[in-house]
Design a protein around this ligand. Structure first.
Ligand code: MN
Length: 315
């Protein structure tokens, strides 16, 4: 995914200070991804920019189409983050400047670690099931790793844990005894919760983590209150359990992690610490340095927007 805004905001994101349970609701906003695909962006939200190291959450689809490419995000750069791609229906073809080409289908995870710089494209492949539904999240990389080497990993199978009527697939981190093989660089959890029958579920949470939920489809209730779709439910920290009432057909994302200990700056597709780092990365992309080329992609790459380098008042 890419921030396609012609005038992306410069956002400062700070980890949470308190470690107390909360119940805050933030509506996702619509964003265009090019090619006609509209996504709902749940993170960053003006009033909630980080959940642990998670700094970006796009929900795309469900969409049905007869022809064409509903997803066609041309080559664009990233620094300082990981992209975590999870497909619910359909398929996405990833191509990057390290030479990787990876088709992702439901049940598998694509994890791209940008480190000091990588470029990639994401598109609907020519042969497809005429459907598209999924999420992409970003995590901020901590100090030591953010200037490391770029990497791309594909995990075809992820661990599953059962909690009452819920089935949890571990994308990142662990829940109960299930641990994702995906490489993470700070204390984190990311899981898809689903239900094939009506019932209840109690999931163990790490009390040092802050957590949030995003309903993807179906229905569930938290502490007696039904969750609405495309709203980020921020739960704060200090919770040892998550008690849910679930209906068959539920699909819900759970994200969390230790409050991120560094103040980060986000702009366009970059996560950095200073405006100078962002200006440097933007210039390197425009001058075709540092990031390499996505040689397998047919078409033009994305041009970087102008970087003004100022935080909005109150931002
Ligand atoms: Mn991207």
């Amino acid at each position: 995914m890419s921030n396609m805004s012609a005038t992306p905001e410069l956002l400062r994101c700070e980890g949470s200070a308190g470690a107390v349970p909360a119940r805050e609701v933030y509506p996702a906003r619509s964003a265009e991804l090019g090619g006609g695909l509209t996504v709902r962006r749940a993170l960053p939200h003006r009033a909630r920019r980080l959940v642990g190291p998670w700094c970006f959450l796009d929900h795309f689809g469900p969409a049905r189409f007869e022809q064409g490419k509903p997803m066609d995000v041309p080559p664009h750069p990233h620094i300082g983050l990981q992209t975590v791609t999870w497909i619910i229906a359909g398929e996405v073809l990833h191509k990057d400047s390290l030479g990787n080409e990876q088709l992702i289908r439901p049940g598998a995870l694509n994890l791209m670690t940008a480190g000091n710089g990588i470029a990639h494209s994401e598109e609907t492949p020519p042969e497809n099931t005429h459907s598209l539904h999924g999420v992409q999240l970003w995590t901020a990389l901590p100090g030591r790793q953010r200037q490391g080497k770029a990497a791309f990993d594909h995990y075809p199978v992820l661990p599953v844990a059962g909690f009452g009527a819920c089935r949890a697939v571990l994308l990142m981190g662990s829940l109960g005894d299930a641990r994702s093989p995906a490489a993470a660089y700070s204390p984190i959890v990311g899981a898809e919760l689903s239900a094939e029958r009506d019932g209840s579920a109690e999931l163990p949470l790490e009390p040092a983590f802050e957590h949030a939920l995003l309903l993807i489809e179906g229905s569930a209730a938290l502490e007696g209150e039904a969750l609405a779709p495309d709203r980020l439910y921020y739960l704060g920290a200090g919770r040892r359990h998550l008690a849910l009432a679930v209906r068959a057909g539920l699909r819900l994302m759970l994200i969390g992690g230790a409050p991120f200990g560094e103040s980060i700056l986000m702009w366009w597709n970059f996560v950095a610490r200073t405006a100078e780092e962002i200006a440097q990365a933007r210039g390197d992309w425009q001058e075709r340095r540092r990031f390499g080329e996505v040689a397998a992609y047919r078409g033009e790459r994305l041009a970087a927007p102008e970087f003004v380098g100022r935080l909005k008042p109150g931002g």
